[in-house]
Design a protein around this ligand. Structure first.
Ligand code: SF4
Length: 429
């Protein structure tokens, strides 16, 4: 979400006459876009902002801090970081150019952290990448007990359908091949009676759309209608990112996740039965307050059953203002040991899942260079693969996986894919 917000700000700044430079020391304006989801991210951002004190002293310069941490810690930033000139919350980017001009010309400070209905409708950042994000909604009203997002990004609101379609049409025309529809919980998309499954179908039917993905889904809202839409459209990638967070129903209730372990497993079952080749990935929190060892082992057993292709795993991070902040934390060494166990377990499964790809054929969209003149690409199931050959970014090839190095499948070209409505060449290797 922050990457997408940075593209939006970049676009607005360019419209206001700013030119991006490669090195911070060459800039007159630095905007630090921040995340509040975990305390580690905030500490790193604060550390970086502190290092900009000397840069700020040299001449007429503007330092802005924006995003979720700016929303949450505006007072701290004002008090402890006087070299910061501009503090903007996630709904205040539309006027960022004017704010910078005001700070610059009037030598004043600006703090704007009002949350609103902003969806950045009508702003279509130019992108040169093969893959990019398109935000379809902002904010979240689910109030999972550990999560700061509803407090720093406001309530859920959906972007107008026609605005999303217009942006995708522009992206397709400019050569973007892999588009991820983005929202804190995309399954809650709703605009004038268009729900997420409808939106996905509409986007899949836009001429020359090549690949569509969506991120993130909430297990409580993912339904069969959506799984069916994914199955029915060749352009929609068979990748489901379905945050589990915990495999124990008591902990899930404490987290206010609104599904049980059995409901989660039954959802995974439906996906696997409908789309056997689907990739399923997840997020897991280690050491949520009061989690017993038996409850933690249930998470491992769910991982064993589902065999996630990959997982993002984190130590529980208490966030002030959330409901779980008041819960008694587990000792740090227990949280860390559980995280290590999760990571070790998932690594072994990820390698097994990668080895299952050996000998199978995949359509791979190549995205850029890897080490030693190799090229990295992505399957429809969001698996990163490597080819030991230089391939132009944006090309699509059929690839057979020959081996797995570390966790990464390494493949060999067997031809160049030709899918209708897309410009590809037909050389056979
Ligand atoms: S669904 Fe829960 S975890 Fe996800 S953004 Fe909303 S409150 Fe946070």
């Amino acid at each position: 979400m922050n990457k997408n917000d940075s593209s939006i700000m970049n676009f607005i700044l360019e419209q206001n006459g700013c030119i991006a430079v490669d090195e911070p020391q060459d800039a007159n304006v630095i905007i630090v876009n921040t995340c509040s989801v975990r305390s580690h991210a905030e500490k790193r951002a604060l550390g970086y902002i502190a290092t900009l004190k000397n840069w700020r002293k040299k001449g007429k310069r503007v330092l802005g801090v924006v995003g979720c941490m700016a929303e949450r810690l505006a007072d701290t930033l004002t008090k402890d970081f006087p070299h910061v000139d501009l503090i903007l919350g996630p709904d205040s980017y539309r006027n960022i150019g004017t704010y910078i001009d005001d700070v610059y010309s009037r030598e004043t400070k600006i703090i704007e952290t009002t949350l609103s209905e902003e969806t950045y409708c009508g702003i279509y950042p130019e992108r040169s990448a093969v893959s990019c994000f398109v935000s379809i909604m902002r904010g979240c009203g689910n109030f999972c007990s550990y999560c700061v997002v509803p407090y720093v990004r406001g309530k859920a609101r959906s972007r107008p359908t026609d605005d999303i379609i217009r942006e995708i049409e522009m992206l397709v025309r400019s050569g973007v091949k892999d588009i991820t529809l983005l929202g804190q919980n995309v399954n809650e998309y709703s605009f004038n009676n268009v729900h997420f499954a409808d939106l996905l179908r509409m986007c899949a039917n836009i001429p020359r759309v090549f690949r569509l993905r969506f991120l993130t889904s909430h297990p409580k809202d993912m339904n069969e209608a959506l799984i069916k839409v994914v199955k029915e459209h060749d352009t929609i990638c068979e990748w489901f990112h379905l945050p589990l967070q915990s495999g124990n129903t008591r902990i899930l209730k404490l987290m206010n996740r609104q599904y049980t372990k059995d409901e989660y497993l039954s959802l995974v079952d439906k996906i696997k039965k409908t789309i056997p080749e689907a990739t399923i990935t997840t997020d897991i929190i280690a050491g949520f307050p009061t989690e017993t060892d038996e409850e933690f082992q249930e998470t491992i057993s769910v991982m064993e059953k589902v065999k996630f292709d990959d997982a993002y795993m984190y130590c529980y991070s208490p966030r002030e203002g959330t409901r779980a902040y008041g819960y008694p934390s587990l000792p740090e060494h227990i949280i860390k040991a559980r995280l290590e166990q999760l990571i070790d377990f998932q690594n072994s499964v990820t390698i097994i899942r990668a080895r299952e790809m050996i000998g199978r054929k995949y359509e791979v969209l190549f995205e850029g260079k890897a080490k030693n003149n190799a090229t990295r690409g992505k399957t429809k199931g969001n698996k990163n693969i490597i080819i030991e050959k230089e391939i132009t970014r944006g090309e699509v090839h059929q690839v057979v996986i020959r081996e797995v190095r570390g966790r990464t499948p390494v493949g060999e070209l067997i031809g160049i894919e030709k899918r209708s409505d897309h410009e590809t060449c037909s050389t056979i290797y």
